[in-house]
Design a protein around this ligand. Sequence first.
Ligand code: NDP
Length: 326
Amino acid sequence: MEDIAGKNFKVVIVGSGPAGLTAALYAARADLAPLVLEGPEPGGQLTTTTDVENFPGYPDGVMGPQMMEDFKKQAARFGADVRYGTVDKIDFDKRPFRLSVDEEHEIFADAIIVSTGASAKWLGIESEQRLRGRGVTACATCDGAFFRNQHVIVIGGGDTAMEEATFLTRFASKVTIIHRRDEFRASKTMQKRALSNPKINVMWDSGVDEVLGDQVVDGVRIKNLKTGEKTVLSDVTGVFLAIGHKPNTDLFKGVLDMDETGYILTQPKSSKTNMEGVFACGDAQDSHYRQAITAAGSGCMAAMDAEKWLEDKAEEATAAKTESVA
Ligand code: NDP
């Protein structure tokens, strides 16, 4: 990172999921020599998933981490500089924008593309936080193999919960899905796949009252949300959260317009934010579709919007110069 400290880039891309790396590919091919700062989770959420079956171009599916490696390689091939580094502060008051990276280095950017994605949500109960990393996790791909021949629970009723529960049956002897309502919101195909798996069972209308255990998880207390009845599953050793995501946009609070949950607002049919020269794409601005393919598409839009904006600025500057000479 030292070699680029103090350097001014035409475009800096903050975040390296499908949105950021697609923006990098397009910006690189437009000769903008973009810098991508990967952030705390290089490759984004797809690096914590297994098979991706719905990204066009991969008829046999592809592993999430592999796909992100492919994205990165393709962007680098055209000159994108993709680096490990987390932006911790941005001074939006002056042009070029000043970015602080890893609380250590400063770099400058004419335009910024925000592709910081989203992160897993937690229940927020004390026992969950205390036992995080000790049996409580939000990543089945990362941690599933630790639970061979054990009973684990998955919390949630969306596609992620179905996918993770199904994946966990490769290792666990039993997977119980805990869902707060009496029906899933997951797509029918994913539900069917999970519910037809003999290792998976469901506790409907239920929530986790407490994760039990001192050093590691050694049970969970489940509460039926309709009757109030509590049940202890004393053989559970793994608790997998799959209750959705929160956009990683704290860095931009008070500067970029956001909705009430923190998703960045962009202008219709555009990646433009309320701040000139700042563009947003991917899950940081999409609370609705949240797919790799839509994130990639919006990354392409952001790079094209940034390119056009930089071009217009350069033309304005040339015109102003000509006028002052005349
Ligand atoms: P979703 O927001 O779709 O689902 C979250 C689930 O968690 C819901 O069932 C919700 O319950 C439950 N939940 C939320 N908060 C709490 C809480 N505090 N306590 C208990 N339960 C809670 O998130 P997903 O991560 O499942 O999916 C996100 C997007 O990604 C979706 O568009 C999905 O289709 C997509 N996806 C696609 C995949 C694929 O096609 N292969 C794989 C994974 C995700 P309730 O239903 O009551 O609101």
